[in-house]
Design a protein around this ligand. Structure first.
Ligand code: SAH
Ligand code: SF4
Ligand code: F3S
Length: 472
């Protein structure tokens, strides 16, 4: 079937003359110094950024760099930044301050800053002014340009800034150095069109673009052939996948297709927006045996007034109906969420509505946030900002309600056996996750990393469980 692509897909420029020259220099560096040049990436923010860092690693590997676990030993340090909340931004600036001292002693070290913060002109200007030692600045749409930017610094001795604001061009065919062999992140959409009034993502990641289904399926088939068992499909709102494709193709359809891929045993996805959670999708979650029984469904607030001013486009009642449908379709489904407290104008009554949702849904886990003013968003201009002490008080009261619920849900797992995908090993201490996304620690051989084993739960805390392997 041939059809017009809704976006252009381009390769990273890894075979241009400049890059070949850079690769040759790096090989010469190895001969002269007995070691390869090293890089270290500091990744802030969400899985989108984590996955972008895997692409950056892939490109650097293909031009002759190796990774090092500390910026102190690195010839190239890259900050992959996030600005979702003020503290994310402050952490980056704090660390840049530390690296300034390092660069004084190692003037040849290249420092690059990329990611969501760099998509904002004011922040770029601040970095260029206050951290003038930074050699390279690039954005979320120009990751593929990194080798050329390194060339400019190393060979032409030029500081490089490369930002593209919003683009239809998607660069997909970049080499990726995946952190884990047995699990992988796969982009299905880029950007966001929802403009929740508190959020910077639509401004820094641009308009929503869906990848072609066959490109996604092909990528996952290759991953499966490479031994990958679990894929996490990434998008700011995966439920709206396909809306801007030239053919009719929904997220539910995509799940059915991925479910057929041999070798893939678990399918996860992030994030689901409640406004686009259709009955078809619930049916797909129920029918696709590889789709994990876990849904991350950010509620943000339980108050209809706050939800309206957040531009979330659903009500508390609609959200609760969705949860009911999900629990009916998949009785032991784990539901997790994101909650913001202290959105502008949030009253005590509004906050109590949020507590009510928490009690009714009985979340398995939740990310809880204090509302953070983000320059340029609609909510930043709302004049009834909630005082800090009120925000903190509500935040603490939220946790007092939430944590016992999470613990109680975990306690129900005691004595039960769950298949766990073993993710890491420290000596004989293994860590993995159940289908429900619960973290489990247990003893076993490190050879089991990447395997799915049966674990009987013996003890639980709020954020993890302990167990022991059972041999069938
Ligand atoms: N696209 C995802 C969320 C991405 S951001 C979704 O819509 O669910 C992850 C979470 O950060 C959001 O769900 C929200 O809870 C939180 N968040 C975003 N902007 C925020 C802000 N300005 N202050 C506090 N929390 C925020
Ligand atoms: Fe931000 Fe809303 Fe888009 Fe999520 S859906 S990224 S919260 S604007
Ligand atoms: Fe942060 Fe950008 Fe993700 S702002 S949360 S890294 S999309």
């Amino acid at each position: 079937m041939s059809r017009i692509k809704n976006h252009l897909v381009a390769d990273a420029k890894l075979d241009s003359e400049k890059i070949i020259e850079l690769k040759n220099r790096n090989e010469q560096f190895l001969i002269n110094n007995g070691r390869r040049k090293t890089y270290h990436i500091l990744t802030y923010g969400c899985q989108m950024n984590e996955h972008d860092s895997e692409k950056i690693s892939g490109m650097l590997t293909s031009i002759g760099y190796v990774e090092t676990d500390d910026e102190k030993n690195a010839d190239l340090v890259i900050f992959n930044t996030c600005l979702i909340r003020e503290n994310a931004e402050l952490r980056v600036f704090g660390k840049l301050g530390e690296v300034k001292g390092l660069k004084k002693n190692k003037p040849d070290m290249i420092v690059a800053v990329c990611g969501c913060m760099m998509q904002k002109q004011e922040i770029r200007d601040k970095v260029l002014e206050k951290f003038s030692f930074v050699d390279i600045i690039f954005g979320t749409n120009t990751i593929h340009e990194l080798p050329v930017l390194i060339y400019n610094v190393e060979i032409k001795k030029e500081k490089s800034v490369d930002i593209v604001d919003n683009t239809d061009l998607i660069y997909e065919d970049m080499p990726k150095l995946r952190k884990f062999k047995y699990k992988a992140l796969v982009n299905i959409t880029y950007g966001c069109d929802n403009f929740c009034t508190y959020c910077v993502v639509p401004y820094v990641r641009g308009r929503e673009k869906s990848r072609e289904p066959e490109d996604i399926i092909q990528e996952i088939k290759i991953l499966a052939e490479d031994g990958c068992k679990e894929v996490t499909l990434l998008g700011q709102n995966v439920n709206s996948y396909g809306k801007n494709l030239n053919v009719e193709f929904t997220f539910a359809q995509l799940l059915y297709e991925i479910n057929k891929i041999e070798g893939i045993e678990r399918i996860r996805f992030m994030t689901s927006h409640p406004k686009d959670l259709t009955d078809d999708l619930i049916k797909a979650i129920q029918e696709c045996d590889k789709v994990c029984k876990h849904l991350h469904l950010p509620v943000q607030s339980g108050s209809n007034d706050v939800l309206r001013r957040m531009n979330r486009k659903y009500t508390k009642e609609h959200y609760l109906t969705l949860v009911e449908k999900l629990k009916k379709a998949v009785p032991d489904i784990a539901i997790t969420t994101d909650i913001i407290v202290g959105f502008p104008g949030e009253t005590e009554e509004d906050f109590l509505e949020t507590l009510d949702v928490v009690k009714k849904v009985e979340y398995d886990s939740a990310f809880t946030f204090l509302y953070s003013i983000r320059e340029g968003t609609v909510a930043a201009k709302m004049d009834d900002q909630v005082p800090d002490e009120v925000k903190h008080d509500r935040f603490n009261r939220l946790l007092e309600v939430l944590y016992p619920i999470i613990l109680e849900k975990n306690q129900k797992c005691i004595g039960k056996v769950f298949p766990v995908l073993v993710e890491t090993a420290e000596g004989d201490e293994l860590t993995g996750r159940t289908e429900h996304f619960k973290l489990v620690h247990f003893k076993g051989s490190k050879d089991l990393v990447g395997e799915i084993v049966n674990v009987k739960i013996t003890d639980v805390k709020t954020f993890h469980m302990k167990g022991s392997i059972v041999i069938a």
